[in-house]
Ligand binder design. Sequence first.
Ligand code: FES
Length: 465
Amino acid sequence: MIQNLRLYSGLTMFAYVLTHLLNHAAGIISPEFMETASAFSTGIWKFPPLEILLLVSLVTHFILATGRLTGRRSLRLRKSEWAQMILGLCIPFLLFRHIIATRIIDLGFDVESPYERVLLDLAVFLPSQGILQAITVIVVWTHGCIGIHFWLRVKPFYPKWRNLLGTLAILIPTLSLAGYGAAAAEIMRRVEEGGRKYVFGVLEAANVNDAAIAFYEKILIPCIILTIALAVAPFVVRQVRQTIDRVKRGPILNLPNGRTIRVPPGATALEALRDAGIAMASVCGGHGRCTTCRLHCGSGLDQLAQPGQIEAAALKSIQAPHGMRLACQIRPQNDLAVVPLMAPNASARDGRRPGGLSGSERQVVSMFIDLRDSTRLGEMKMPYDVLFILNQFFAEMTEALRSTGGYYAQFTGDGLMALYGHESDDTERMILNAFEGAAEMLRRIEGLNDHLKSELPHALRIGIG
Ligand code: FES
């Protein structure tokens, strides 16, 4: 429910931003054309029900997004997740002046905000604000596009549309900034030509008055402080919560290799695993939509809370067998035995594969890949370096499997078990694929040795059986 609210409020705002940017693009022709076009684009958002919807969406989205950040027990996120979060937190600070200058003084002081007056502000009176607004366009748009990408990438149709949407994601803000720049240049030309007479004419027509200017100046500093506080507060609250959590002792996750991980109170299993340095797939960013964070839960499963609506729907869509849960959705309260079921670099397509544990009897080629001399490697390198090297090793092996039709069945400390033929009954083909897979692994190990030459005390070798 909450995730849906965040999604729908985000989509509402994205629709507004889209119409706004398209409207700016009309500035390529003239400021007057921008004004005319606004009746069919941004103008519709002044219709009271839509304006209320927009306002509610803005507040809802901000509260839910910062609430989520506050509740995060781990900040081990991918770069795109960090980018989305930081850009989102910057938006109130970047945008509030524009909202006050164009909407609040409209409503409170009867000032009108035609494009000509706004452009006069941004291009002539406050050029630094003009530049800031151009940056804001990029920040807001990028934040929205990352969110849309996270939402769509688990959809089966997305790969087909991805290039087109990517092109639009670049084209729309480019046209918008071009329109904004062209219209601003035209206003500057008019100021040069018409001088004070032109400037006062525009201001008078828009009813810019002293009370409105005084109000703007009065609330500027408090708003700067407030928006900075809003951006910083989630991190402060999170830090306080973490300090309190350190005093409490959370439950333990038991991994198949004997490793145990303590879960900070209230954290999801995904956060705990990632915090412990275990690479986990999470294509949808922990929203319970991709199922790439699947776990098999063993002892302790009966004490785990039942799946919520989102998790239940996701598990149903892949016909998950008993014991399978999503790491991003479970918050263990008691000790729990878990087995990650997907490779760290699993894709959205992998997430659509049904099942995970249930199976049928069939002939397969099983292959064991073992990293030789890993104990020596562990003795000669720092634990963090070993983890880094092992992650690279597993990523390369998984890629070799993927490119030759193989499937990892299990990861162990320094090796993995792979299967060929899990999706086909063609025995000859599966054997050939397995040989190709083995050759590809050897090729990739050579590449990895080259790539990590400076990190490795000795070349990596593998045994395949
Ligand atoms: S990360 Fe996508 S479902 Fe858990």
